[in-house]
Design a protein. Structure first.
Length: 427
């Protein structure tokens, strides 16, 4: 019986945890075009903090001929000999919120160049229904010269990684699987089932699996948009939104969503993939896009609320010194992709204030490269006229706000983690 050898294409927040998990039972080649990333991983370090150093070191191997373990490489030749290729590259949107499939197409070209008869290619990247078979498979056929569902087959198993979450790790999250035919679906399902302790759900088609993923995050986006709108309404009525949600949450079927900035590589992006495909079929998705518009407006809203409160406290706006706490897209995680904290910062800068960004989790070089913003991991000294907490990092709970603010100051807590007596406003 032919040995199972798995290639994971893309070793980021999704690919590395998956590669590490499979490497506990199989021979795995972790492939990434970023040679610095490969060097980092081979040293036993993961800058995304998704895999603990000891867990990574426990599966690392330095020979591509091992029967079990993770071999990390950026050399295309190291992919030869694999029979499962799992693609976990990002699927972002452009400045006009149109899907960018370039990383997916490039990854398909890479796999196509080493694909052979009998191989199975599995996609995990979030896409619109139909992308795997309509956009990716033709690339595999063209580059490899092989025929789909005759020489090779495909599957789709959407990623459900929650960056920074040490409780809901990959093996503890039920996995949706699918295949381009019944036999492939069973093989893909069995492969994931062998390492996912939470179990699997075999969807009847690839399109069903693709659709299931894209609506998961669209649903969350719409629900958060609803409570964001409630926050705007209740702020006008001088009612504490979180008190309202706590009261409503006593009913058994009330959904526990909270207001906030909606960014990241999933919730703030995936609805656009579904919307794009819907529009191609002649349907304009009103609720999905309305939710996106509202959530995308929250950065401007927070900035305007901060300025209004500063004015009410007689704090001069022009050249005011404002400390922004957090620039990652979520708490206790170094991921800065599509963070909406930058929207707050950009809007505040429009009022002529001076911004200092403190985030102990964010890599300042990455922030500079991605957003052309200066940030620091060192505790700020101040004094500041205002503090805006945009991310609920645990370190912010220990800050001595009195020591870093002026006597007359404002504290605005977007994430509602500070005591009520300490702050002047928030969502």
């Amino acid at each position: 019986m032919k040995q199972t050898k798995i290639a994971i294409i893309g070793l980021g927040y999704v690919g590395l945890p998956l590669a590490r998990l499979f490497a506990t039972k199989y021979a795995v080649v972790g492939f990434d075009i970023n040679s610095n990333r490969i060097k980092e991983l081979n040293s036993g370090k993961d800058s995304t903090l998704e895999v603990e150093d000891e867990a990574l070191k426990a599966v690392l191997v330095y020979e591509n001929s091992k029967n079990i373990g993770l071999y990390c490489s950026s050399a295309l030749s190291d992919l030869e000999g694999c029979n499962y290729y799992i693609i976990t590259v990002p699927t972002p949107v452009d400045k006009n919120n149109r899907p960018i499939l370039t990383p997916l197409i490039k990854a398909s070209e890479t796999v196509g160049s080493v694909l052979k008869k009998g191989d199975i290619v599995v996609y995990e990247s979030t896409v619109y229904p139909g992308a795997t078979e309509e956009d990716c498979i033709p690339v595999l056929e063209k580059i490899s010269g092989l025929q789909f569902n005759t020489d090779f087959s495909a599957g789709y198993s959407p990623e459900r990684i929650n960056p920074g979450d040490k409780l809901h790790t990959i093996e503890k999250i039920l996995k949706v699987t699918s295949g381009s035919n019944l036999a492939t679906g069973k093989k893909v399902d069995d492969l994931y089932k062998s390492v996912i302790t939470a179990g699997t759900h075999l969807a009847p088609t690839i399109k069903v699996a693709e659709a299931s993923k894209v609506i998961e995050n669209s649903q969350r986006d719409i629900n958060i948009a609803f409570v964001n709108e409630l926050a705007k309404i209740f702020n006008l009525m001088n009612i504490n939104t979180h008190d309202v949600l706590a009261a409503a949450g006593t009913k058994w079927n009330f959904l526990p969503f909270k207001p906030g900035l909606v960014g990241g590589h999933c919730i703030g992006v995936d609805p656009y993939y579904l919307a794009q495909k819907a529009q191609e079929y002649g349907y304009h998705p009103e609720i999905i896009l309305a939710g996106r518009r509202l959530n995308d407006s929250m950065g401007d809203y927070v900035a305007s609320e901060v300025v209004k409160l500063m004015i009410s406290k007689d704090i001069p706006i022009k050249n005011a010194s404002i400390l922004v706490l957090g620039i990652t897209f979520k708490e206790n995680c170094p991921d800065v992709r599509n963070t909406k904290a930058v929207d707050v910062i950009s809007a505040l800068k429009g009022y002529g204030v001076k911004i200092t960004i403190y985030d102990p989790w964010a890599n300042k070089e990455e922030v500079k490269k991605e957003y052309q913003l200066e940030s620091t991991q060192e505790k700020p000294s101040g004094p500041f006229d205002s503090v805006v907490l945009t991310v609920a990092h645990k370190e912010f709970l220990d800050l001595d706000f009195d020591s870093i603010t002026n006597k007359k100051h404002l504290i605005y807590d977007v994430k509602n983690i500070l005591p009520i007596s300490m702050k002047d406003g928030g969502l």
